[in-house]
Design a protein around this ligand. Structure first.
Ligand SMILES: Cc1cc2nc3c(=O)[nH]c(=O)nc-3n(C[C@H](O)[C@H](O)[C@H](O)COP(=O)(O)OP(=O)(O)OC[C@H]3O[C@@H](n4cnc5c(N)ncnc54)[C@H](O)[C@@H]3O)c2cc1C
Length: 632
């Protein structure tokens, strides 16, 4: 079978229009759109405050422990007396018990607040609350704080924590057991913490039923139930909430309803002791949901499968429109992310099998990062999205009449909608003969080559001997002062003046000249003037020479000419000036602008030669030329 036929079979071959296909969908668009909006609101809303509420919860629990620790520290004899007489721990002598308790109460809070070794800290603090509940005065605060800490011991802290900040680096590191440890902690967060939440739910439901006197556990069991949280609640209300907790239904609504209710009963004095902990628990319940074996999860899973369209690729009905997205840069990825929740089949084609985070290319070029740090495999990004298929292939033609995309010369895909997000490449403004002397920075290969050039210049200078050659080698010219040029100039200056400053013996790397050439009157012309001025000051403090209103007129081996008369002797010229859009306009035979960008209307629909929008084809990102948004 020819490759084109194989691809055709895999693509959407039905001749029906997108509108016809959508009409065949079981649920009308209104239901789908409304449902999706609700679910999105529900999921986003619950997670939105979590980074901050997590910090607040950890802080408040830590303060509770710390206060108790400080009281013990101020009255050590009293602490030992209590450990001996009030809450003796059978297997420890009083001084050891008091010392252990004090250590946990002082060190645990610091770790919990910083989010550093949070899991062991939380587990140890939870153990202390359990011991305290078992052998000292049982309190609801102990119980709820203990439950929250046990949950933290499995879930770990939120993103504002040292643990989360270093996890990525540790996972990639060569430290023994580092990767398994991080994988285990991710497993605990994703799989085990929901189970802990389910157990906690049932425990709270039992307390509510106990409060409603529908069950009568023994006094010993009641010591372990946080029943007093619900002091004041009429029996019928307790039964309703017990049902909601048992089934795990409506976690968000339950949290928002219980919060004012408990507060109100506390204010009117129905509670034996006022405590913050129920509210902290509700903060977690609202953000993280009802967990394992809950109605909430079952409903979301059903919605996902039936209305939100989370299906395996093989199960996708033929009637779902086929959207082909070319390019997995920022534009292409954003398009897939937005579209993948619709009843569509998406094919994402890129000539590379990784997404490149271009803004950090300059850090590869200056040896601060490694290529793998800024390249993410595209396939792995969408491994959980059944309706997204990733193809590594280079698109070389489009046939709008037949609605086909051709890639790798002879493979063809049919599309219902086509999104072009193929980015841009360097442009030497028609002076392609400069390319060998002035490499640009657009790909990993470019960045590695530029890194080689920069580092090699220092190496050659160390060995050169001839002062004129040394000066040439230690002169770096960057053409173009947009973000790339500015970042590159700053990074080379830092490299020369800080990173390698003491590594050479015959040359002084700090004496390197870094010259940033800009044809316009200021650097960073697309940014506000105040930012240009700040960037100018920062670069000048780093020793970068900035030449504005200077147009490069010639680049040859070992020299750059600026204007008519200025010649700079240099062996390293880096190009950060012009960009040209991908050939998308040529593939389509559509209109383009001066930089080759496909002209689009304000819905990003490509315009044909007559300026009319082509219904099925969109262009986005660097390859699209749009006047719809003026930057305000
Ligand atoms: C060094 C550097 C620094 C930058 N710094 C910043 C910054 O600080 N801030 C900022 O806002 N912007 C910055 N930018 C610009 C920003 O990176 C781009 O605006 C952005 O990447 C454009 O996204 P895109 O999706 O349009 O194209 P790209 O991200 O370029 O993605 C295009 C994708 O299409 C693929 N592709 C191209 N042709 C084909 C084909 N024929 N077939 C299949 N696949 C193809 C490519 O492999 C690529 O994956 C920087 C750019 C560079 C180069």
């Amino acid at each position: 079978m020819p490759r084109s036929a194989q691809q055709s079979a895999a693509g959407a071959t039905a001749p029906k229009t997108v509108a016809q296909k959508l009409q065949e969908e079981r649920y009308p668009p209104f239901v789908r759109v409304t449902m999706r909006r609700w679910v999105k609101w529900y999921l986003d809303g619950t997670e939105a405050f979590w980074p901050f509420s997590d910090v607040a919860i950890r802080f408040l629990i830590a303060m509770w422990f710390l206060r108790s620790g400080l009281v013990k520290l101020n009255n050590w004899d009293g602490a030992v007396f209590l450990a001996a007489n009030e809450y003796p721990v059978g297997w420890m002598d009083p001084v050891s018990a008091a010392t252990t308790g004090l250590a946990i109460e002082l060190i645990g809070p610091a770790l919990l607040i910083a989010g550093f070794m949070t899991r062991p800290a939380a587990m140890t603090m939870a153990a202390l609350t359990i011991v305290s509940q078992a052998v000292y005065i049982p309190t609801t605060s102990n119980l709820i704080a203990g439950a929250i800490l046990i949950w933290y011991a499995f879930h770990g802290p939120g993103v504002i924590s040292i643990d989360r900040a270093v996890a990525g680096g540790i996972k990639q590191s060569a430290l023994p057991l580092a990767r398994p440890a991080i994988v285990a902690s991710e497993f605990a967060r994703e799989r085990l913490a929901p189970v802990i939440m389910a157990i906690t739910r049932v425990w709270i439901a039992v307390s509510l039923l106990n409060h409603a006197q529908l069950i009568q556990p023994s006094v010993a069991v009641q010591t372990w139930l946080p029943t007093t949280i619900f002091a004041g609640f009429p029996g019928w209300l307790a039964v309703i909430f017990a049902g909601l907790f048992l089934t795990g239904f409506g976690a968000v609504i339950v949290s928002y309803t219980l919060f004012p209710l408990i507060l109100a009963y506390m204010i009117i004095g129905a509670h034996p002791a006022v405590t913050l902990f129920p509210f902290l628990f509700l903060g977690i319940y609202e953000a993280k949901g009802a967990g394992f074996l809950s109605l909430d999860r079952a409903i979301l899973a059903w919605l996902d499968k039936n209305i939100l369209f989370d299906r395996a690729y093989a199960d996708i009905p033929e009637r779902w429109p086929h959207i082909v997205i070319v390019g997995a840069g920022f534009g292409g990825l954003a398009a897939v992310t937005k579209l993948k929740r619709l009843p569509v089949r998406i094919t994402l084609i890129d000539k590379r099998n990784y997404h490149l985070f271009q803004p950090l290319l300059y850090q590869i070029a200056t040896a601060t990062l490694n290529p793998a740090d800024i390249a993410t495999p595209i396939r792995s990004m969408f491994k959980g999205d059944g309706n997204v298929r990733v193809i590594k292939g280079e698109v070389n033609a489009i046939n709008p009449a037949a609605r086909t995309v051709t890639f790798d010369q002879d493979c063809t895909l049919f599309y219902d909608r086509l999104v072009l997000a193929t980015g841009a490449t360097h442009s030497y403004f028609g002076r392609d003969e400069w390319r060998p002397y002035a490499p640009g920075l657009k790909t990993i290969e470019d960045a590695v080559a530029v890194r080689g050039e920069i580092l090699n210049a220092f190496e050659l200078a160390e060995a050169a001997g001839d002062p004129a050659r040394v000066e040439r080698l230690l002169t770096f010219v960057i053409v173009g002062a947009g973000p790339t040029g500015v970042e590159l100039a700053g990074a080379i200056a830092e490299l020369a003046k800080v990173s390698v400053a003491r590594e050479f013996r015959m040359i002084d790397p700090a004496s390197a000249r870094i010259i940033l050439v800009q044809s316009g009157p200021r650097i960073l012309p697309s940014f506000p003037e105040s930012l240009s001025q700040r960037a100018t000051r920062t670069l000048e403090n780093l020793g970068v020479e900035i030449r504005t209103n200077s147009r490069v007129t010639e680049i040859a081996e070992a020299q750059v000419r600026i204007g008519d008369d200025t010649v700079i002797e240099t062996e390293t010229v880096l190009w950060a000036a012009g960009v040209a859009a991908s050939p998308a306009a040529r593939w389509l035979g559509a209109n383009d602008d001066r930089s080759g960008r496909v002209l689009v209307n304000d819905l990003m629909r490509v315009l044909d030669k007559d300026g009319k929008p082509i219904d099925d084809i969109f262009a986005i990102g660097d390859t699209a030329g749009s006047n719809a948004w003026n930057g305000d």
